[in-house]
Design a protein around this ligand. Structure first.
Ligand code: ATR
Length: 270
């Protein structure tokens, strides 16, 4: 049986095994997908062990996406842009690293939520690993404007600067300096929801019919509460992105694209 796994620390709550099992059933692919907690100082050793045991690939989650980037012997353009890897493919003499997070977010917004990004004013909140991972695919969706706001402004500025190859150069600022701006899509890529912290966002940032998207999932995040208080009708969490990034990894490994809609629906109901 072809074998894959998600590697993380912690990893016990990962939904990836459920998602990939559903994809495998749906597409009649014979594979096993497990979860493996690597020691915090033992990511490379865990990958070596999986390769020795004949695994064909792995997903990589917190906190190993940068180590996976360093370990891969070949990187796709998406991984290079993101500076991080969430999907590894083990070939005979090589480890290919890719990043499906950004494409997962964009596909969720465009195809599942049916929100256009082309020509729209997009605000990305955060300048850590999660934000960096989605910036390239967001720019490729050709928004009219892409603005990065972060608590530490220097990080937002550095991130905007690194997106140098793009047609559109992102703008960067603090949260407070957003006052007076209006956006069609606002994406929360900060980890502030984990500590239940509210972001110091000004009022009036949302255009009529705007989308508020929180990349976290599992419960109502403070950013979603803020969006609701601002009268936003279209509010989404990151569950669709989770399933879409998995579908892209599945496609990389199996060259088969699963139908994500029933899997998102089942996860939401469970
Ligand atoms: P991740 O991989 O989740 O992106 P990270 O690289 O540590 O984790 O980045 C966390 C992001 O969330 C950063 O943009 C961080 O802001 P700083 O760059 O100023 O640290 C942001 N963040 C985390 N907690 C926050 C909070 N309570 N308020 C505002 N921003 C927060």
């Amino acid at each position: 049986m072809d074998r894959y796994a998600v590697i993380g620390h912690p990893v016990e709550h990962s939904k990836s095994p459920l998602i990939h099992a559903a994809f495998a059933r749906q597409t009649e692919q014979q594979l096993e997908y497990g979860k493996i907690q690597a020691p915090l100082d033992g990511f490379a050793g865990t990958v070596a062990d999986l390769r020795a045991r004949g695994y064909l690939g792995a997903n990589v989650t917190v906190p190993f996406k940068f180590e996976a980037y360093a370990l891969a012997s070949e990187l796709t353009e998406r991984a290079l842009n993101a500076g991080a890897v969430n999907t590894l493919s083990f070939k005979d003499g090589s480890i290919q690293g890719d990043n499906t997070d950004g494409v997962g977010l964009v596909r969720d917004i465009l195809h599942n939520l049916k929100f256009p990004l082309a020509g729209k004013r997009v605000l990305l909140l955060g300048a850590g690993g999660a934000a960096e991972g989605v910036l390239g695919p967001l720019l490729e969706a050709l928004p009219a404007k892409l603005w990065i706001a972060n608590r530490t402004v220097e990080k937002a500025e550095a991130m905007a600067g690194r997106a140098g190859k793009a047609v559109l150069v992102p703008e960067a600022s603090s949260f407070e300096a957003l006052a007076g701006q209006v956006f069609d899509v606002i994406i929360n890529a900060t980890s502030s929801g984990l500590s239940n912290d509210k972001l110091p966002l000004p009022v009036g940032l949302f255009a009529p019919e705007a989308l508020a998207y929180d990349m976290m999932y599992g419960r109502e995040m403070p950013f979603m509460v803020y969006a609701r208080a601002e009268g936003v009708q279209h509010i989404a969490d990151g569950l669709g992105m989770l399933v879409e990034q998995a579908a892209e990894a599945f496609y990389i490994w199996r060259q088969v694209r699963p139908d994500t809609a029933p899997v998102i629906k089942a996860l939401r109901e469970s």
